[in-house]
Design a protein around this ligand. Structure first.
Ligand code: ADP
Ligand code: MG
Length: 185
């Protein structure tokens, strides 16, 4: 159905990303996490799903290191068609997995109801909280298991007017960029 529109959006965002330097992306990422840290939903959360960023995503590495003692940090691990979650303790537990993503080798985590907050990456988000991923549907298969408050994070140039959605797409409750909260749902 909307596959070509989704593909077009992915290409457009990739083009925009090419025009920014690595230092700009690092700077935006730092600003974004200051907004996240100011939210009660973050401050109260004990168990948080995060992700270990790739070069073109909001940089999570420093943020994860900063909070790993105080919070239980979960990171996704690609397992075939699905994402499984493992507890992150230390950078020495990371191994490079599928798609070159660093994945923890720590304890498998399956108590999805104990997750207090989910921080979700995306190629693009819109003001309604709709999410566009890389096109493999990994988070679409994971998120129905997770009832926690979901925050999509991306750079401001990744925000779209309207993302085409399908019934399997899960909405975010909130989207944050380096400029702050986009819109709360
Ligand atoms: P993304 O969310 O990564 O942008 P899409 O939303 O376009 O990607 O989904 C990509 C594909 O993932 C879909 O065409 C579908 O085949 C598969 N998919 C998504 N959600 C599910 C689901 N809940 N169960 C099974 N397959 C799914
Ligand atoms: Mg999707």
């Amino acid at each position: 159905m909307d596959y070509s529109r989704k593909q077009q959006l992915r290409k457009l965002i990739t083009e925009r990303k090419r025009q920014l330097t690595e230092n700009q992306l690092i700077d935006f990422s730092e600003k974004l996490f200051l907004h996240l840290e100011s939210l009660p939903a973050f401050q109260k959360a004990k168990t948080i799903l995060l992700y270990h960023s790739l070069k073109d995503e909001v940089r999570t590495h420093l943020f994860i290191e900063k909070w790993k003692e105080e919070k239980t940090i979960l990171l996704p691990v690609v397992d075939g068609e699905n994402l499984k979650l493992r507890i992150y303790k230390n950078s020495s537990d990371l191994r490079t997995g599928a798609y070159g993503i660093e994945e923890p080798t720590g304890t498998l985590f399956t108590e999805y109801d104990k997750i207090d907050l989910a921080i979700i990456p995306g190629v693009s988000f819109d003001e309604q909280g709709n999410r566009l991923g890389r096109g493999k549907g990994y988070y679409d298969r994971l998120l129905p298991n997770i009832k926690a408050y979901k925050i999509g994070i991306c750079f401001a140039f990744q925000v779209s007017e309207e993302i085409p959605t399908e019934p399997h797409d899960t909405k975010m409750n909130l989207v944050i960029t380096e400029n702050g909260i986009l819109n709360e749902k």
